[in-house]
Write a protein that binds this ligand. Structure first.
Ligand code: PEP
Ligand code: MN
Length: 256
């Protein structure tokens, strides 16, 4: 586990492109080992995966909880990666903090102000995802709830908003990238997976995000996407990830 406070600008340097990747949810040791082994070999340094999943239906897979956290930590240590995983409530903050390097605040908790204040008091970076019903200004103010408590190691992620459009799962608000970059000094990332809803759209949304100036991409990658226990339709396999990664890096290079 990390002892020195991580610096988000070192993780996502200005003018460069870095990926956070991994499955939607932690499902097994084998799944996470396969993902971490592959992703680290391609230069990805931050492993994602939910151990606590905010599912629409209470009957859906809710995550492996502490067992999932342990699996993530073990794989990250083995492959020299960092862990980002969601903390859904204050009750689990200490437990999640024992295993993760970066706290993830999910879209549904973007305006959970007591949770934001609580992570704001801790000494680990916070990755906050835009609430799908929040304006950019509301998202920005949410980040201020964290920084006001003293923690300014924040990563902001645009992940799509609800609009009248239903041909994709959410509408990726590409404009949020330049607007946020004007407002904050923090890295601004895009998650192309959740707005896409279907893996076929993930490459295009990634390239658009890079073109808009995103500092990083947070993407769902699964060794066997069709067998995933959550968000199966939008996760990409290793081969597709490799292609997306290569193309995205070329776009970033063309921009500098
Ligand atoms: C996730 O990234 O695991 C997730 C649940 O996404 P969101 O909070 O954006 O819906
Ligand atoms: Mn997901």
């Amino acid at each position: 586990m990390m002892s020195k406070m991580l610096n988000v600008r070192e993780l996502f340097p200005e003018g460069q492109l870095r990926f956070i990747a991994g499955p939607c949810a932690v499902e097994s040791e084998e799944q996470i080992d396969a993902a971490a082994s592959f992703l680290s070999s391609r230069g990805v340094k931050i492993l994602r995966g939910g151990a606590y999943k905010p599912r629409t239906s209470p009957e859906s897979f809710q995550g492996l909880a502490e067992k999932g956290l342990k699996i993530l930590r073990k794989a990250a240590d083995q492959y020299n990666m960092l862990v980002v995983t969601e903390v859904m409530d204050e009750e689990n903050l200490d437990l999640v903090g024992e295993y993760t390097d970066i706290f993830q605040i999910g879209s549904r908790n973007c305006q959970n102000f007591s949770l934001l204040r609580a992570v704001g008091k801790l000494d680990k970076p916070v990755l906050i995802k835009r609430g799908f019903g929040n304006t950019v200004e509301e998202f920005y103010q949410a980040s201020r709830y964290i920084s006001k408590e003293g923690n300014d190691q924040i990563i902001m992620v645009e992940r799509g908003i609800r609009t009248f459009e239903d041909s994709t799962r959410f509408t990726l608000d590409i404009s949020a990238v330049p607007v946020l970059k004007e407002k904050v000094k923090y890295p601004v990332l895009v998650d192309p997976s959740h707005p896409a809803g279907k893996r076929e759209y993930v490459p295009s949304l990634t390239y658009a995000a890079v073109g808009a100036g995103a500092d990083g991409i947070m993407i769902e990658v699964h060794p066997e996407p069709e067998r995933a226990m959550s968000d199966a339709r939008q996760q990409v396999d290793f081969r597709t990830f490799e292609k997306i990664y290569g193309q995205a890096m070329k776009i970033r290079e063309a921009m500098s």
